[in-house]
Write a protein that binds this ligand. Sequence first.
Ligand SMILES: C[S@@+](CC[C@H](N)C(=O)[O-])C[C@H]1O[C@@H](n2cnc3c(N)ncnc32)[C@H](O)[C@@H]1O
Length: 218
Amino acid sequence: MRLITLEHAEDFIRANTALSAPPHVPEIALHLADEAHHLWQRTEEELEEIGLPPPFWAFAWAGGQGLARYLLDNPGIVAGKSVLDFATGSGLVAIAALKAGAARMLAADIDPFCRAAVALNAQANGVSVPFTSDDLTGTDGGWDVLLAGDVFYDRTMTESLCPWFASLAASGTTVLVGDPGRSYLPRDRLSELARYEVPVTRALEDAEVKRTTVWRFD
Ligand SMILES: C[S@@+](CC[C@H](N)C(=O)[O-])C[C@H]1O[C@@H](n2cnc3c(N)ncnc32)[C@H](O)[C@@H]1O
């Protein structure tokens, strides 16, 4: 089996995805997996051999779609602001924030494959998205707004994110999350801002539509 290397990431992405619009955010084009289950399984097996995680970057997750929709419909949240899109995946939320007028943007994801996906997706939408694969958990970059689409699917991750988000919120950062009711969603810390019915990939979610909420983390 041919191993997927980072050098071939862009070629791999082009070969295994199609440029298409996430259903809830038709203004934005992304390189998305069209045969979802196949790509997910294949890359999971192949990437596992070289220690890379599954291809979250090939899908527009429900939480990200909801958050991106909210920013495009409420641009004042990010317009002129310094913004971090934490756990950016495809870069969907970062691209939406830039289209909504964010002045300074950083997209972060610990999956190094995302660097190529975010660059290709940014290019497809005529924007430029600075990216880091550093784990920014626990840091404070002085962001006005932190955005996090679909991050509460893992217990350990949630345990490290909650105190970080709380600390940033306490020091004045607006922390917004988009989430379709993942297992570890910390409901007691959240205030609802908007709710959407978001079409999703059945092979991943075992559903056609996920009710997705945009929350402010207090
Ligand atoms: C379900 S995907 C969501 C992607 C995107 N926000 C969206 O909604 O489409 C979760 C992402 O979190 C990233 N991630 C997990 N732990 C992280 C960390 N400590 N720092 C940055 N990204 C992280 C994963 O690599 C993955 O891309």
